[in-house]
Design a protein around this ligand. Structure first.
Ligand code: BGC
Length: 375
């Protein structure tokens, strides 16, 4: 009952926010509504693509766009969002650097009655956010864990296997989902001793890599390789993302001397990692079609900007594999209405799937992939 009342209240709030909030005209007098898009950092390829793609998509749909990147710095992201609010945006679409640290700017958004949609990463501890568009991040982790389980044939093969985790930034709410998904698949094997984690670094708190940084991932794995793997086989490194996988591969290249190649997982389908897949160094990645994520975000934002209330029905009108979930994504204040997309496992065998998405093309030699940044 509480949940129904909360949903009705937030719907009412949203309608009144959009009816009376935001500016009516752009400063230039064009009458166009303005969407403020906040992305975490230009340093990770994923957010460059999302930022560029979202900008061109919203512009094509008749909106003005302000796009900011905040160098993976949450204080800076708060300031960047406040600056956008001071420039009169009508709606904010935010991929948070730190999902728990946006209260300063979101309080300001509430004051100005500007609606906020969380993009890819849930924003915590606030009732300013009503909608969340993302991929199923727990499924991303399950896919990574299942890939390792199947490749090592844990159910049938003899002996024990050594694995290590390199998890996402603990400030990013997605990291827990990805870690939980992978751990869920492997936990019984770990409990039975079939899978061993020689470093003893098992939890998210022990294995997270600040800012999802390649260099940090490299150093962390180097330390573990030096200490535990000078003559011990490492069977898999469960890297939560492609940026971490690159660091792991560099560390392995530099100091891992045992004659066996560990499985290395990833996530995002960054072109540098596709090269590693083709060359047989990285084993898999997870493709999350940002064109789909952006198009769902656009439809949710459009409805809000038109003074309508997006509901579960929206998914029926979208030509994308997306589900609506209003009961799973609790941000410590309320359940945020979520549109959830499906990720996909990519290996060097099915790279054509990424080409078919229209976001990548084969290079001149038909060997690696290049990204097509804009439509
Ligand atoms: C995204 C991943 C990305 C990671 C690092 C996560 O929140 O869901 O796609 O790899 O951030 O940028």
């Amino acid at each position: 009952m509480k949940r129904i009342i909360a949903a009705v209240m937030s719907a009412v709030m949203l309608v009144s926010m959009t009816a009376c909030g935001g500016k009516k005209e752009s400063p230039e007098g064009s009458g166009k509504k303005t969407v403020g898009i906040a992305m975490p950092s230009v340093k990770l390829p994923r957010w460059n693509s999302d930022g560029d793609y979202l900008k061109s998509l919203f512009e094509k749909s008749g909106y003005e766009v302000k796009l900011v990147y905040s160098d993976n710095d949450s204080a800076r992201q708060n300031n960047d969002i406040i600056s956008m609010l001071n420039e009169d945006v009508d709606l904010l679409l935010i991929a948070a650097v730190d999902g728990k640290s946006l209260s300063a700017s979101l309080d300001e958004a509430k004051k100005k009655e500007v609606p906020v949609v969380a993009y890819d990463r849930l924003i915590m501890n606030t009732n300013a956010v009503t909608y969340y568009v993302t991929f199923d991040n727990k499924e991303v982790g399950r896919m990574q864990g299942s890939y390792v389980r199947d490749k090592l044939d844990l159910d049938n093969s003899r002996g024990t296997f050594n694995i290590e985790f390199l998890s996402g930034d603990i400030a990013d709410n997605n990291s827990k989902y990805v870690y939980d998904g992978a751990y869920e698949v492997l936990k019984d094997y770990i409990a039975s001793g079939k899978v061993i984690i020689p470093s003893g670094m098992t939890t998210l708190a022990q294995t997270y890599i600040a800012r999802w940084d390649t260099g940090v991932a490299k150093n962390v794995l180097k330390l573990r390789l030096n200490k535990y793997y000078s003559d011990t086989r490492l069977d898999a490194v469960i890297c939560a993302s492609d940026s971490l996988a690159l660091g792991a591969l560099e560390a392995l290249d530099e100091i891992y001397k045992v004659n066996s190649q560990p499985i290395v997982t990833g996530q995002d389908g960054d072109v540098n990692n596709i090269k590693e897949l083709v060359d047989g160094k990285q084993s898999m990645t997870i493709f999350k079609n940002i064109r789909d994520e952006a198009s769902v975000a656009l439809e949710v934002c459009k409805k809000i900007l038109n003074g309508e209330v997006p509901t579960g029905k929206l998914v029926d009108s979208l030509a994308v594999d997306v589900t609506y979930d209003s009961e799973s994504y609790y941000n410590d204040v309320k359940f945020v209405q979520t549109y959830l997309l499906r990720p996909m496992v990519i290996t060097k065998e099915n790279l054509q799937v990424m080409v078919n998405s229209g976001l990548y093309q084969w290079d001149q030699e038909n060997k690696y992939l290049e990204q097509i940044m804009k439509e």
